[in-house]
Design a protein around this ligand. Sequence first.
Ligand code: NAD
Length: 295
Amino acid sequence: MQIAFIGLGNMGGPMAINLVKAGHSVKAFDLSQDALAKVKAEGAQAAASAQDAVQGAEVVVTMLPASQHVEGLFLGNGNLLASIAKGTLVIDSSTIAAATSQKVAKAAEAAGIAFIDAPVSGGTGGAIAGTLTFMVGGSDAALERARPLLEKMGKNIFHAGGVGAGQTAKICNNMLLGILMIGTSEAIALGVANGLDPKVLSEIMRRSSGGNWALEVYNPYPGVQEASAATRGYTGGFGTDLMLKDLGLAQENAMTVKASTPLGGMARAIYAAHSIAGHGGEDFSSVIKMLQKKG
Ligand code: NAD
């Protein structure tokens, strides 16, 4: 299949490479020459622009940082929709506002282009291994067209509902993750302040009613789990600033539908303070630093 892939960062780069490995012809574009060079070295064709990348494409995949990038590319100065042929399928895997997905999808539909939102969970490790979870919003027909490609980049594919539903599912999950990482950090910090061994306490809670995903595979206390970001000095995971973005999207969404999300709001404020204190680039589990006794 002829595929255009736009946005080749930490996630998009390895996803595009997995499509190349599956035998697809991938024409890739990124504003960063370094990012472009990495996928070119793995067999993708380097496009001179986004407009160039979509020429002849049957499917266009985008993996960009935030709402303004996606809207800007498709509808703004880029006006990429005008360069995409009728009948093409667009898969946007960026984590953005559901309202932006719906706005772009509406314009795409008017131009005879199919659109699905397909944000992912699973981090850079999942992107490299091709084991991402896709949360899809869009029609059954568009999802079935996308499925063979999504299966080359991911392991679990969920159909959350109509356009935007994938984004909503993604922010609900990440709001819960942000909250549970703070709660887990608080509990471990309290135990350690009382002289408990963080490893022993973590194991007790993991096997008790407080057990959760952070305690299973993402312990925020350094040294408790060999493979955790905490043990690597909070590097190479899911950044505080990306978590902050997702918690902001959750709050915007909650305001739109008048939902009450008090813990989500508090979690956003805590990650914002953590980011301002200089930890925006560290893994989000470093939030435990705010809650630990110093010295
Ligand atoms: P990133 O910053 O590493 O990559 C984004 C890429 O998009 C950059 O290379 C940038 O140059 C490029 N870009 C921006 N605007 C562009 C444009 N107009 N045209 C072409 N290229 C453009 O980000 P990432 O970590 O790959 O994340 C991408 C998305 O995936 C985000 O929405 C993020 O929230 C989401 N996500 C990330 C993770 C993670 O662990 N990193 C996990 C799940 C979801």
